[in-house]
Design a protein around this ligand. Structure first.
Ligand code: C5P
Length: 213
């Protein structure tokens, strides 16, 4: 099977349910993204458990946005638990982001996918792209709900820095449009984990993504 470009946003609380969905969908995924709901509901041990269950990389979507020392304290524990990537906010400044990057592979939020992102984040996206170009993280997060913004971010971003896009499915984004705009990976949550058949939903999105690869 071709390498997947699909990331599952596993935003459920319960450990058993998370492991079951991960197991069912793993064949179609590149990585699993864990966010606060799952970490709060199941504890940090869910990270090594998911890795063991699926063999896939785990992205910890903590959206870290604190002073460098606190970012370092949090990121240290999460990388130690086995996370392969951590998502951090860029708006707190380069020293806070660097504190995470010193410890492991980092993904910087340069824009968000919800309507409120227009209020504060979007106006500073250019500067967040500059920050990413300077620090060269593994990737950036950009909104699948606005393919034109993904195309814009791609045009400004250094080649080699990956673009990961949440917002496909439940938030209205379309996988094909966003891949055409230059996204490297698609992040999908509810359209997979809340469907009646998560494996089949993941397969369908995987096929759609593959058609664009
Ligand atoms: O359920 P859905 O597919 O909308 O899930 C999207 C996931 O991506 C959630 O975990 C959400 O917190 C995350 N996310 C997002 N927009 C961003 C950054 C992260 O939707 N800009």
């Amino acid at each position: 099977m071709a390498e997947s470009r699909l990331i599952l946003a596993l935003d459920v609380y319960e450990r058993e349910r998370a492991l079951e969905i991960a197991r069912e969908t793993a064949d179609y995924l590149w990585a699993i993204k864990v966010n606060w709901p799952l970490i709060i509901g199941s504890g940090l041990d869910i990270i090594p458990e998911l890795k063991e269950e699926t063999g896939l990389p785990v992205i910890a979507d903590l959206k870290l946005a604190d002073i460098p020392n606190t970012n370092r304290l949090i990121a240290g524990k999460v990388f130690e638990a086995g996370a392969d990537y951590i998502i951090a906010h860029g708006f707190v400044g380069s020293d806070s982001v660097e504190a995470v990057m010193e410890l492991g592979k980092t993904i910087i939020v340069v824009e968000m996918s919800h309507p409120g992102a227009r209020e504060f984040i979007q106006p500073v996206t250019d500067r967040l792209i500059e920050l990413a170009n300077r620090l060269e993280p593994f990737g950036v997060i950009a909104p699948a709900t606005r393919p034109e913004r993904v195309a814009y971010i791609r045009s400004k971003l250094k080649p080699g820095i990956k673009i990961l896009t949440p917002g496909v499915g439940a938030q209205g984004g379309k996988a094909g449009e966003v891949l055409k705009a230059g996204a490297d990976y698609i992040i999908v949550g509810r359209s997979i984990y809340a469907s009646d058949n998560p494996r089949e939903s993941a397969r369908q999105i995987y096929e759609e993504v593959r058609a664009w690869s």
